[in-house]
Design a protein around this ligand. Structure first.
Ligand code: ASP
Length: 327
C-alpha cells in the first residue's frame, strides 16, 4: 500500500494514507487527498483560488483513472465549482462518458449536488491576474477584456511558461493491489479560454493499469499531450521495461519534441509492485510518498533529465551521462 504525490499534495497525503490504513480503496484515497489540495487557497495551481485564464475566470481540469477496470472520468474547463476531482470521479462512475467540458461539466456538477462557488478567486489573486495585464492595459481595458477579439495576442504576452504552472498528482495502491491515479489543476495561468492541458486527457497527464503501474504528470501539458506521456510510460512497463527505464524512455520522448513550445515536465510513477519514482526536466525537484506504516510523508528527489531549450542544441553528453547512453 502506498500513496505517491507531487510535492504540493502534502496537505492531502495523510488523509489519503489514512483511508488505505483503514482498508479503504485507492479511488477513495486519491479523491480525499486531492480534495484537500483543491480547497487550499494558498495553492494557486489547483482548485479554489487557482490562477485564472486570460479573462480572469478560473477553469479547472481534472481526471481520475481506476487501474483495476481502466475506467476513467475527466472534466475540462470546469467553472464555478471547487472539487473538479469529485466531478471527474462522478463522470467515471455515473455517466457512460469519459470527458465533460465547459458548460456541460458545470451542469453535471450541479446535477450531482456540488455547491456552486461563483467567486473562485480571492481579491488578492484577482489583483495578481490584473497586474499581469498592466501596464499594457488600463483599468477600463481590463474591465472590458471579455469583449476583445484579439485575445490570442494577449495570451502570448501574459502567459509565462516558466512560472505560471502547477498541478497536483496522486497515485494510490490499496490493500487489494488496486491502483488509482488522480490529477487536478487550474491549468496554465492566463491561458486562452477553453484551453485544456494534459490533466483531463487520459493517456497524457494520467494513466493507471493495475497489471503494470501508473503515471501522472505536471508541467507543460501541451508536451504531455503531444507525447502521450502517462500512457507511454505505463506501456513501456507493459513491454517489459522496469520502472526507471520506462520513466527515462518517457522523458526521452518529451526531450525529442521540437518546436516553439518546449518547457518543463515532471512525472510521478509507480510499478505494479508499488515501487515509485519521480522524474523532472528541472534540477532539484522532488515528490512525496507515504505508506500506512510511515507517520508522515517522505520527500524523494526526482531524477533530473533536462530538455533542450526551444531552438537550442541538445546537450547529448549530458543525456548520455544520465542514461548510460541507452537511448
Ligand atoms: N500540466 C498542467 C497543464 O498544462 C499545468 C502544470 O502542471 O504546470 O495544464
Amino acid at each position: 500500500m502506498i500513496v505517491v504525490a507531487s510535492s504540493n499534495g502534502r496537505i492531502g497525503i495523510a488523509a489519503a494514507t489514512q483511508i488505505l490504513r483503514q482498508g479503504g480503496t485507492a479511488v477513495d484515497a486519491v479523491e480525499a487527498g486531492i480534495r484537500l489540495v483543491e480547497a487550499n487557497p494558498e495553492d494557486h495551481t489547483v482548485g479554489f483560488n487557482g490562477y485564472p485564464n486570460i479573462l480572469g475566470e478560473v477553469e479547472l481540469d481534472a481526471s481520475m483513472m481506476n487501474g483495476r477496470t481502466l475506467e476513467s472520468g475527466a472534466v475540462g474547463a470546469l467553472t464555478g465549482y471547487v472539487h473538479a476531482i469529485t466531478v471527474a470521479r462522478q463522470v467515471m462512475e455515473k455517466l457512460p462518458h469519459v470527458l465533460l467540458v465547459g458548460d456541460g461539466a458545470s451542469r453535471f456538477a450541479a446535477e450531482m449536488g456540488h455547491p456552486p462557488q461563483p467567486e473562485m478567486l480571492l481579491p488578492e489573486t484577482r489583483t495578481v491576474w490584473a497586474d499581469r495585464l498592466r501596464p499594457d492595459m488600463n483599468d477600463a481595458d481590463i474591465e472590458a477584456i471579455a469583449s476583445r477579439t484579439d485575445l490570442a495576442r494577449w495570451v502570448e504576452l501574459a502567459t509565462d511558461p516558466e512560472r505560471a504552472k502547477g498541478t497536483v498528482n496522486f497515485i494510490a495502491q490499496d490493500k487489494a493491489g488496486n491502483i488509482c491515479t488522480g490529477v487536478s489543476t487550474s491549468g496554465w495561468a492566463w491561458k486562452y479560454p477553453g484551453r485544456l492541458g494534459d490533466s483531463p486527457i487520459i493517456g497524457a497527464g494520467n494513466y493507471a493499469d493495475n497489471r503494470y503501474g501508473a503515471a501522472a504528470c505536471t508541467g507543460m501539458g501541451e508536451m504531455a499531450i503531444r507525447a502521450s506521456t502517462a500512457h507511454s510510460l505505463v506501456f513501456y512497463m507493459k513491454m517489459g521495461l522496469n520502472l526507471a527505464d520506462a520513466c527515462e524512455r518517457a522523458m526521452v520522448d518529451l526531450r525529442d519534441l521540437d518546436g516553439r513550445f518546449i518547457s518543463v515536465m515532471n512525472l510521478v510513477a509507480i510499478d505494479k509492485d508499488g515501487n515509485h519514482a519521480g522524474y523532472s526536466s528541472v534540477d532539484g525537484r522532488s515528490y512525496i510518498y507515504q505508506t500506512p506504516t510511515c507517520p508522515s510523508a517522505k520527500n524523494c528527489p526526482a531524477r533530473w533529465c533536462p530538455f533542450r531549450r526551444a531552438g537550442a542544441k541538445q546537450d547529448n553528453n549530458e543525456w548520455e551521462k544520465l542514461t548510460n547512453g541507452r537511448w
